[in-house]
Ligand binder design. Structure first.
Ligand SMILES: Cc1ncc(COP(=O)(O)O)c(C=O)c1O
Length: 398
């Protein structure tokens, strides 16, 4: 008989969360293996192929033997390229230098290492709800004193800043924001960012700005980073990466931009966990940032068309209502007229309709009664999914 080993596992494991999207994906693949048609709207990855010039750069780097260990903070060329790109794209002054950049195998491990570098047990840490699960998981693991600020559907999924005002204090160590936002597609306005910046300076806390969707942005104005506001460059930690903008999820490449002293500590965590990032993948990252930007803009335009189609279609279905996302590639419809049990509804849509999506409560308590659809699917698949939802939904009795 196999031992369960339960008594050997650290109790800290109970504080870890996980990304439910991967579980939905596994079930969707099982159904497909049985011959069922499934439209994948559960997982947050672009369905496009990585642009050709990026692949080519990786292959060339592989043949140039970029196949050895690299520095734990990332290769100097990629760090310098990221510093230049990020300063230009975000209008940062004074510009960032390579010393401000720490590279990791995806933004997710970088989030883990940044929080590990900052949070002592009992430190006040503020994030938002619903949210990408990594923040709650890591900060709870580290035994921080966590505060989740609701995002409000009535504010087009922007943070409740009055609530934030009541939770910040001199004890606050760091606040995370994520604009555009997973899972809702919400974007913070200049006014929101200015108010958050004022609180950060008044109470002397750091802002972790997860800007991984900064290139998946549908407003006509330029993207605005909180790091560009007065007094914020040196108290902001930008988290970004290549997964979403360049359709490079499987390459595993992300980074943080932060004050040099903190960069050194995050580098120490890199050194102790994954050591370094694959050399030829980093060279592909250099090509992504220095090569033509047109593929990024083309993908974004396609996402915008899909967003319009999906959101209009969802709003046409009885019982669902959906705000218009301003960034990222997720729609987050309200299904409360049908049920508050979003996970049961998501399961039903997959099993009965072949539409894979996420239950909103997988992203936090404030997501209860919502669904998350990733529109990384073709217009044909989106149309089919909408038809399936409209057909099977009246049979749901959860
Ligand atoms: C808000 C947010 N941050 C970070 C990540 C991590 O991305 P990666 O680890 O692929 O760079 C994701 C991925 O879904 C995300 O949605």
């Amino acid at each position: 008989m196999l031992a369960t080993h339960d008594d050997r596992i650290t109790s800290a494991v109970e504080r870890l969360g996980s990304e439910n999207a991967f579980e939905v994906l596994a079930r969707a693949r099982q159904l497909e293996a049985q011959g069922r048609r499934v439209v994948h709207m559960e997982i947050g990855e672009p369905d496009f192929d990585t642009p050709e010039h990026i692949k080519k750069a990786a292959v060339e780097a592989l043949y140039d033997s970029h196949t050895h260990y690299t520095p734990s903070a990332g290769i100097p060329l990629l760090r310098a390229t990221i510093a230049e790109y990020a300063s230009r794209f975000r209008h940062i002054s004074p510009v960032y230098t390579a010393e401000n950049v720490v590279v990791g195998p995806g933004a997710k491990p970088i989030i883990w290492n940044v929080l590990s570098a900052l949070l002592n047990p009992g430190d006040d840490f503020i994030y938002f709800d619903p949210a990408y699960p990594a923040y709650a998981s890591c900060s709870s693991y580290l035994q921080a004193n966590v505060h989740a600020i609701p995002l409000l559907e009535s504010r087009n999924w922007r943070m409740d800043l009055d609530e934030l005002e009541t939770r910040v204090s001199k004890k606050t160590k760091a606040l995370v924001i994520n604009s555009p936002h997973n899972p809702t597609g919400g974007v913070l306005t200049r006014g929101d960012l200015e108010r958050i910046a004022e609180m950060a300076q008044r109470h002397d806390f750091l802002v972790i700005a997860d800007e991984i969707y900064s290139r998946n942005f549908y407003l006509d104005s330029d993207y605005l980073s909180i790091a560009a506001l007065d007094g914020m460059r040196d108290r902001t930690i930008i988290v970004d990466g290549f997964s979403k903008a360049y359709a490079m999820t499987g390459w595993r490449l992300g980074y943080a931009i932060l004050p040099e002293a903190l960069a050194k500590v995050v580098t120490l965590f890199n050194n102790n966990t994954f050591s370094c990032v694959t050399g030829f993948v980093q060279m592909a990252g250099v090509a992504a940032l220095t090569g033509p930007d047109e593929p990024v803009r083309r993908m974004n335009e396609t996402f915008r068309q899909r967003r319009d189609r999906l959101v209009a279609g969802l709003n046409d279905i009885d019982g669902l209502s959906c705000t218009l996302p301003e960034g990222a590639f997720y729609a987050f419809p309200n299904a409360m007229a049908i049920t508050h049990d979003d996970k049961a509804l998501a399961k039903f849509l997959l099993e009965e309709g072949g539409v894979a999506c996420g239950g909103g409560s997988s992203f936090g308590a404030a997501g209860k009664g919502y669904l998350r659809f990733s529109y990384a699917a073709s217009i044909e698949d989106i149309d089919w999914a909408l038809k399936q939802i409209a057909t099977v939904l009246p049979q749901f009795n959860g």
